[in-house]
Design a protein around this ligand. Structure first.
Ligand SMILES: NC(=O)c1ccc[n+]([C@@H]2O[C@H](COP(=O)([O-])OP(=O)(O)OC[C@H]3O[C@@H](n4cnc5c(N)ncnc54)[C@H](OP(=O)(O)O)[C@@H]3O)[C@@H](O)[C@H]2O)c1
Length: 250
């Protein structure tokens, strides 16, 4: 039975991915900070006949994350697929403060780097394995109010772009996943319009399909992808005028 480890499995996309992979016959190892929530999900998956286990870790704590991965591999077997999904926008609302920007980078960038590092040595030794990194469509162009978030996702996407051919030489696949808007606790507080919003279950199904067919970069849904591709073509003066409305120095 193949083994999938998922960070950020206690809610939203990660939780939906855990159900999706369990349904597809994988053993699933769940990682997040809220252990009681993970335990509840493990019970649910086991009651449906799946093999599942959970370990608590903060992904920004490298040692804790490595310990969690070790524990889950001991229980489920060596990881075949790591989905580095944990992330968010911890600096939201304090966007001009360096600490807020750095904490977002720590979660969305360092957290992914530590998740990769926790499984790579055994994947390299076996010359096989897959890593899927959940970035965001927001990495494609800087968006006011979401600067720290977008920058952290741009960093992660750029890293994956560079590592993909290197890891391929070891027989390891690297997938970059760029979701558009997905209905989760992360977007629940968002007051702005969220066109083409997907349910987390649908997003998880599409992500698992993309990984299964070996997509290197999966950006979805299609209309949001097209809109962002168009946005990247706009000159800076036009982008600034469109995005800068409503900002006041205060
Ligand atoms: N929803 C969207 O529209 C959307 C769009 C594009 C990309 N994404 C990306 O998709 C991923 C999942 O987001 P989501 O929308 O599903 O958000 P969510 O419902 O808020 O879930 C975030 C998950 O990450 C975990 N997490 C947060 N900080 C952590 C930390 N320091 N250590 C360990 N786990 C941590 C949370 O668990 P605990 O609190 O229990 O630790 C939770 O399980 C993120 O990388 C996000 O940037 C989301």
């Amino acid at each position: 039975m193949p083994v999938c480890l998922i960070t950020g499995a206690s809610s939203g996309i990660g939780e939906a991915l855990a159900r999706e992979y369990a349904r597809r016959g994988w053993a699933v190892g769940l990682i997040a900070r809220r252990k009681p929530v993970l335990d509840g999900l493990v019970q649910e998956l086991r009651s449906k006949g799946a093999k599942a286990a959970a370990a608590a870790a903060d992904v920004t704590d490298r040692a804790a994350l490595e310990e969690a991965v070790q524990l889950l591999e001991g229980e489920l077997g060596t990881c075949d697929l790591m989905i580095a999904n944990a992330g968010g926008d911890p600096g939201i609302g304090k966007r001009l403060e360096p600490e807020a920007i750095i904490s977002t980078m720590n979660l969305n960038y360092n957290g992914v780097v530590y998740a990769m590092g926790a499984v790579l040595p055994r994947m390299q030794a076996r010359k096989q394995g897959s890593i899927a990194v959940v970035s965001s469509i927001a990495h494609m162009r800087g968006i006011p109010r979401f600067g720290a978030y977008g920058a952290s996702k741009a960093a992660v996407s750029s890293l994956c772009e560079a590592l993909r051919p290197e890891l391929a030489a070891w027989g390891i696949r690297l997938h970059t996943i760029n979701p558009g808007f997905v209905r989760t606790p992360l977007t629940a507080a968002n007051k702005s319009p969220m066109p083409f919003l997907l349910d987390a279950d649908e997003a998880a199904r599409r992500i698992a399909n993309a990984i299964e067919v070996g997509k290197a970069i999966y950006t979805f849904p299609f209309p949001t992808r097209m809109a962002m591709a168009f946005a990247t073509l706009l000159p800076a003066f036009l982008w600034d005028r469109l995005m800068g409305r409503g900002f006041k120095a205060k």
